[in-house]
Design a protein around this ligand. Structure first.
Ligand SMILES: NC(=O)c1ccc[n+]([C@@H]2O[C@H](COP(=O)([O-])OP(=O)(O)OC[C@H]3O[C@@H](n4cnc5c(N)ncnc54)[C@H](OP(=O)(O)O)[C@@H]3O)[C@@H](O)[C@H]2O)c1
Length: 209
């Protein structure tokens, strides 16, 4: 697939490496421009290139967004309309400022800003070092570490889930962007707790009303 990445830090950079190694075409970006990414992409092979934010959004069939949530209003909403957008962001008020979420989950806030985008919340619950080191494509899916997936578009969820499997993790569905998205937010019992798919499914079931 063609995968755009917006945000080239711990999560974006790690995902670029993993998706490139899984033979996807990756275009990664940050706010400072492609020249600032030369060192990051150099060791990652010809499938991973540096680009602008707008080009990453246009290029990707799937676009992973991994920037501080407080910057979400800088995302190119027009270019992301119709795209599968993976929201890997989390809300940390000390970093992101007051966002006035009200009853919304952070992904619902992002979805409102990106009309027409097919938002899937994923890659947000796992520490980047775990993501970078613990994918095991050769292992049975149930025994792999879980990466949680929430969203309201079943086809988009399935495509993101397949990408997760290709890089050696187990996708575990938490539900809608509202209920699953809330379960995936910081502070929840499944947030940043590495667990196998089997344990993860039980943990999700245990949180359902
Ligand atoms: N660290 C983790 O283990 C982890 C795990 C799961 C989820 N997350 C979440 O993922 C998001 C990214 O976290 P991170 O740890 O990867 O952060 P990070 O290492 O600080 O990287 C953030 C990246 O976003 C870029 N950026 C900042 N503002 C931007 C903008 N307006 N447009 C485009 N790019 C922009 C930064 O580059 P420039 O400043 O050069 O633009 C940088 O490449 C956060 O929401 C975080 O909560 C983090």
């Amino acid at each position: 697939m063609r995968i755009g990445i917006i945000g080239s830090g711990k999560i974006g950079g790690t995902a670029a490496k993993l998706f490139g190694a899984a033979n996807h075409e990756v275009a990664i970006s940050n706010s400072r421009g492609p020249a600032s990414l030369a060192q990051l992409v150099a060791p990652l092979g010809s499938r991973v290139r540096a680009t602008t934010v707008g080009e990453a959004a246009t290029f990707g069939e799937v676009v992973l967004v991994a920037i501080p949530l407080g910057k979400y209003r800088t995302l190119p909403a027009g270019d992301l309309a119709g795209k599968i957008v993976i929201d890997a962001m989390n809300y940390y008020p000390q970093r992101d400022g007051e966002l006035h979420l009200g009853a919304l989950t952070s992904s619902e806030l992002v979805a409102r800003f990106l009309p027409g985008a097919r938002i899937v919340k994923a890659f947000n619950t796992m520490y980047f070092e775990t993501l970078g080191a613990n994918g095991e494509p050769g292992r049975p899916v149930d025994e792999r570490l879980a990466l949680f997936v929430a969203g309201d578009d079943a086809d988009a969820n399935a495509i993101v889930s397949r990408l997760i499997e290709e890089i050696g993790f187990a996708p575990v569905d938490t539900g809608s962007l509202r209920d699953g998205g809330r379960l995936q937010q910081p502070g929840s019992p499944i947030y940043n707790k590495p667990m196998t798919a089997r344990d993860a499914r039980a943990a999700v079931r245990g949180q359902r009303p």
